[in-house]
Design a protein around this ligand. Structure first.
Ligand code: T1G
Length: 687
């Protein structure tokens, strides 16, 4: 008997417990162990029914995703899950699936091969495969609609969002909610099932009526733009209403393999493991103390300060929010209230929960109470001298072990740290706007930042429900340094003849959440202009720099906040092209001797995306990013880069680094040395 599945008989019921920590994935040995266990129960006279459950914290969280890389690399799939699930379903003894934690993907498919499913309250069930660029591959798209109907099943498989036990019970996926001990409850349910006929899910047709899925397809087209797996998932579920079970499974399997061998799946699986890998910091002392953060203080209640405060309040951490004037403080508190009003409107929070969080907020015009804070986050104006002055002051009043974090998006962490007597306690916590929404937290280590402050920051990121990525200190760190190159090419293309909307539409259609020029208008062209002023002295004579953006900013066209930027904005902040901008750009081009010409879609993509990749490779060479996947996670969670393209570095790898080098050369640029090295040996970034 595989040691990954334990067997025992309790009160006449065989109980199979899967024990493959941490998430009971269907790794090699688990499906085999389940089959052996059921075979044993079928011949065990002491067992009149069967319960299958997960050990540890969860039921089965799906197939072992690591196995997919092997299959894509040409290895023959080890096991046909379809036949195992039919074997379970054909058991003459009732089989009850007992669910706690999560039953996801192959886990829910195993659960649906049982004759009954029971779950504890709070358990989650779902088919999240589309988040890996695939679809259910073990009859999930055929059994699920037989339990909950075509529309619900198609919705679950297309968006991949899990539902909780109560919803699953209402939908007909789960037969009972177990109060108290799951094993005991499931055994009792199995004994009771002996009195009822065994029903195979595959034979249940009553919920398979034809349903129109046009609305779902429309919503998928909008929310999951460019992704192929969600569409395939809907097609497979729809087939359940038109084809007999076996033919439906064949159709599902064909679509599953098409998705599995797609670049979208490689990209999304890369991101899945990447989001877990970035939390691991090579070389960080294992005994690095993680400090307890039970009080926070924030300097500056502007857009970022208010958003950051909301993150801490959402984590249940009391926040002292400081501003210099009553008006600014009131505006900050109002921003936080607005953040919560929209959460209430979207049904994400109750007004009671909001009150609870707002009770943790203490707005202040002084630094009173800052001496008790475990962390102080500075979110003042993006000006080095102002930040240094602020840190020098905080240094005088913060307790010795307090962490001093700056939300700067580009400035030198070491210069800011040098303004204090505790540089080892200083670190960058670069949130992304809107800070209470964007998942990314770029954590910037200074030369003297201690391992304990880094470890605490990585841990805090999880508590704030952020994806924390540790990066080194340089101008713009990882995200903005690369974005600067990307944006530079976008503005060059406009100066050379492309309309702003053309550049944005090309990148939007390619999958970016928003085009670069629209992002500029959202962030504020004045912010970019001010940062360029800070670094004007670093500009090299004879090197071309983008001009048109500065021209617009100097004319007061800051973007959405002034109703004019690269676009015109109406009261609802809807953007329309502005002929005046074209005129301004034509004049700027003439002034700087820039020839204007027709620009193709291909050129827009090549120059903007390869600028990202080339700068990313330089950042890797310099060790500013620990791994290429860190860059990908930053871009997917902070810059609207499509996860189904894997992030800029993975995208380049999927394109082939040799070809990427040639394409960079074709643009007249010098590929980063790391790219040349890897291309020469057909290597991979993080190999
Ligand atoms: N396969 C392999 N490793 C997995 C895994 C899986 N399915 N799920 C988690 N891990 C690893 C993860 O990388 C991490 O490793 C550790 O477990 C803890 O995970 C046939 C084709 C279950 C909600 O998509 O969503 O079934 O970093 O940090 O936050 O039709 O893990 O410690 O080395 O995420 O508590 C479908 C994926 C597969 C679910 C728990 N299933 N997992 O979250 O822990 S495709 C999924 C999750 C499939 C069938 C198809 C989450 C979780 P490490 P964690 P967590």
């Amino acid at each position: 008997m595989s040691d990954l599945v334990r067997y025992e008989v309790r009160d006449g019921v065989a109980v199979l417990t899967i024990d493959n920590p941490p998430v009971n994935a269907l790794s090699p040995g688990v499906p085999e162990g389940i089959r052996e266990g059921v075979e044993r129960a079928l011949t065990d006279a002491a067992a009149r029914a069967i319960v299958i459950m997960g050990g540890g914290r969860t039921f089965i969280a799906g197939a072992d995703i690591r196995e997919f890389a092997k299959i894509v690399a040409g290895e023959k799939p080890r096991l046909n899950l379809y036949s195992l699930l039919e074997f379970i379903e054909d058991s003459p003894k009732p089989v009850v699936m007992a669910i706690h934690g999560t039953a996801l993907g192959g886990g829910l498919e195993v659960a649906m091969s049982g004759h009954y499913r029971v779950a504890v309250a709070g358990a989650q069930v779902g088919q999240p495969e589309v988040k890996l660029g695939i679809i259910p591959g073990a009859a999930g798209t055929q059994r699920l609609p037989r339990l909950c109907g075509v529309v619900t099943a198609a919705e679950m498989c297309a968006f991949g969002e899990p539902i909780d036990a109560a919803e699953a019970h209402t939908a007909g996926i789960v037969d009972a909610i177990i109060d108290g001990d799951l094993r005991t409850g499931a055994v009792a349910f199995a004994q009771d099932a002996l009195t009822r006929p065994v029903r195979k899910v595959r034979d249940r047709e009553e919920k398979l009526g034809h349903q129109h899925l046009a609305d779902l397809r429309f919503r998928v087209g909008k929310r999951l733009r460019g992704q192929t797996a969600p569409v395939a998932a809907i097609d497979a579920v729809e087939a359940a209403a038109n084809l007999p079970f076996a033919a439906g499974c064949e159709f599902e399997s064909k679509l599953f393999n098409q998705c599995l061998f797609s670049s979208q799946s490689k990209a999304l699986i890369h991101i899945f493991f990447g989001e877990r890998a970035v939390a691991k910091i090579p070389g960080l002392g294992k005994d690095a103390e993680i400090l307890k953060i039970s009080r926070a203080a924030i300097v500056g209640a502007g857009t970022m300060g208010a958003g950051i405060a909301t993150c801490y309040l959402n984590a249940g951490i009391p926040v002292a929010l400081q501003e210099v004037t009553p008006a600014a403080l009131d505006a900050g508190v109002a921003r936080i209230r607005r953040n919560y009003e929209s959460s209430i409107q979207k049904g994400r929070m109750s007004s009671g929960e909001v009150e609870e969080r707002l009770n943790l907020l203490r707005p202040t015009l002084s630094y009173e109470g800052f001496e008790k804070a475990d962390i102080i986050v500075e979110a003042v104006f993006e000006n080095l001298e102002l930040k240094k002055k602020t840190f020098a002051h905080l240094d005088t009043l913060a307790k010795p072990e307090a962490i001093l974090a700056t939300n700067t998006s580009t400035l030198d962490i070491d210069s800011i740290a040098a303004a204090t007597g505790r540089p080892e306690q200083v670190i960058g916590h670069h949130f992304f706007s809107p800070a209470n929404v964007m998942r990314l937290l770029e954590i910037v280590r200074g030369k003297k930042t201690s391992d304990s402050v880094i470890a605490t920051s990585m841990d805090l990121a999880k508590k704030l429900k952020k994806v924390g990525v540790l990066v080194g200190n340089c101008r713009g760190f990882v995200g903005n340094r690369m974005f600067h190159e990307y944006m530079t090419q976008a503005v060059f293309l406009v100066e050379e003849g492309a309309e702003p909307k053309f550049v944005d539409d090309v990148l939007y259609e390619w999958g970016m959440a928003m085009g670069p020029l629209a992002v500029g208008d959202l962030a504020g062209l004045d912010v970019g202009w001010r940062i360029r002023q800070e670094f004007r002295n670093l500009e090299v004579p004879g090197v071309r720099y983008p001009q048109a953006g500065d021209q617009l900013a100097e004319m007061g066209r800051y973007g959405q906040k002034t109703g004019k930027g690269w676009y015109l904005y109406d009261a609802e902040r809807r953007a329309t092209p502005d002929a005046e901008v074209t005129q301004i750009v034509v004049e700027v081009a003439a002034e700087h001797g820039i020839a204007r010409r027709a620009i193709s879609k291909e050129e827009v993509l090549e120059r903007t995306l390869l600028a990202l990749v080339n700068e990313g490779a330089r950042i890797l060479e310099e060790g500013i990013a620990l791994r290429a996947v860190d860059i990908d996670i930053i871009y997917v969670n902070g810059y609207g880069f499509p996860a189904w393209r894997g992030g800029p570095m993975k995208w380049a790898e999927l394109e082939g680094l040799k070809a990427v080098c040639e394409r960079i050369r074709k643009l007249g640029w010098e590929p980063a040395p790391l790219l040349l090295t890897l291309a020469a040996r057909d290597g991979k970034f993080d190999a």
